[in-house]
Design a protein around this ligand. Sequence first.
Ligand code: PEP
Ligand code: MG
Length: 637
Amino acid sequence: MRRRHATHDNARRVERNVVWATRLRAATIVRMSFQLFGLPVSRGIAIGRAVLVASSRIDVAHYYVSEEEVEGEIDRLRAARDRVASELSAMQSDLPAEAPTELSALLDVHLMLLHDDTLTGATKQWIRERHYNAEWALSAQLEVLARQFDEMEDEYLRERKADLEQVVERLLAVLSRGEEGVSPRDAMAGKRDANVGDPLVLVANDISPADMMQWKGGVFLGFVTDVGGKNSHTAIVARSMDIPAVVGAREASRLIRQDDWLIIDGDAGIVVVDPTPAVVDEYRAIKAERDLDRAGLARLRHLPAVTLDGEAVELLANIEQPGDARAALEAGAVGIGLFRSEFLFMNRSGDLPGEDEQFEAYRTAVQAMHGLPVTIRTVDVGADKALDRMSANELRHEHALNPALGLRAIRWSLSEPAMFRQQLRAILRAAAFGKVRILIPMVAHMSEIRQTLDAMARARQQLDDAGRAYGQVEFGAMVEVPAAALMLPAFLRHFDFVSIGTNDLIQYTLAIDRADEAVAHLYNPWHPAVLQLIARAIASARAAGKGVSVCGEMAGDPVFTELLLGMGLRCFSMHPSQIVDVKQRVLATDTRCWAAWIDKVLDSDDPERECGLAAEAIRSAFIHSSAAAPSLAAVTQ
Ligand code: PEP
Ligand code: MG
């Protein structure tokens, strides 16, 4: 009886499988232009075809193959398909007699999917027409088919999507075994000059900061994600790449289809899907105008940043990798204010960089800066910055209920003392080659300072014992939690300088997860509590005669430049691409005028409005002052 039912079910399944194949082939989609709205996180306009990548497959290799390599790439795909087919057939013939008949039927479905033209045939088209590598072509076609399955009314057919994904996973696994001699990891950042097709933009539900790093210098001209906040680390990496990006666009990866043309407006947070030619022309004109403005601003790059009243201001760069030091110098940075060392610890298959590898990385950055200061922040992993997916620490973080409040930054380092000392030794050794400052992230407790100082002393002792050369370093703390801002006078007894991390200071003051788009509207740098803590931290550091900078995203946003100058800040650290915009503001600011407004701004329950009033009042005072007017005009032209 049971057997008869099973046979009947199998027949139904086969019939339905034929139906799905027919429907998939018949699926043609009529599209109309529409817009999606998200958070603007990295300025500029990108126009390109959408490459949809499922978050789980985001580390699939994406690179172009040349015209001559196309047939070879198709052979790779064919070989992978034959390998998977023989694996599946072997599994089928090895099934024990007592195995449920459904298992064999399932393997039939997988074989059928594998040989269906909508999968392998269409994948070949991506390779032939777009010159995508086999893995990229496969995942592109999977996204196309997955959408079509999602839209099927029949539940049984809809559920076949999971089978399709399993088949593709098998194919990808065979391809990634590297029998073809290409390591996908090495190839994945295929360079843009190898671009033989249309410009491309990436669309995903989510992208981790580590994955974002992989795309640096790669084929994508812009990014759109469904989730994410304006100051998530993914957004920060996108900004550091100076590539237009919109995050928190909610349904983007569901509504956009593989290969759609998109316009990403990273200034407005708008994504135009399937734009009409007139809209494309309009955006091209806006882009050309903005590029021209930026080219004009570039002339300020090597001008000293001095305010109208003669205050010298240091504009430093935030970097993620030693290679970014070049961009920092080219942008006119007078040092590195934040080297996020944790990026050296990401995108590795399980291992972490040892002392020598870290030392080489730090020394490269130090030497590239030719004597200018390099501030190396000790590793800040945890929260939205995860290590490699498979590492034990990562797993630990994934299971944390509230990772932003968990074992992050200095807490993580102190929980891994050997690793921490290894990093400190590497930084101390690099200090023999230039001016180095060590920055400790997320300090909140006096005990953390004591333990860090002990770790530094032990690291120095170990270097002495080993007879290794090392240099002097300045010792600084990030002010990222309200406790640190409030305790600063006491903390400052132990530090040479502090750097205010406004990204986290906002997150921890307002209890807003900076990576969560659902509460992004409450993540507000203008909140009076945030501004009061920043002003207080700057005042405490100045009173103690210690250096103070801001290295969070507020430092690179020209909207806050005058306000921070008015609070007494003279050192800003930001993405290299933001330096000229901030410098333009610095050159046009009289710090005395702004200092006179600060109490009013801080007392106000609407500081943003108060700042607008201050700006207007200061501007009109300048216009009526014949002495100041010419210099103001000169810097704002
Ligand atoms: C900050 O919190 O402002 C900061 C600079 O650190 P990160 O963005 O890396 O957390
Ligand atoms: Mg931080």
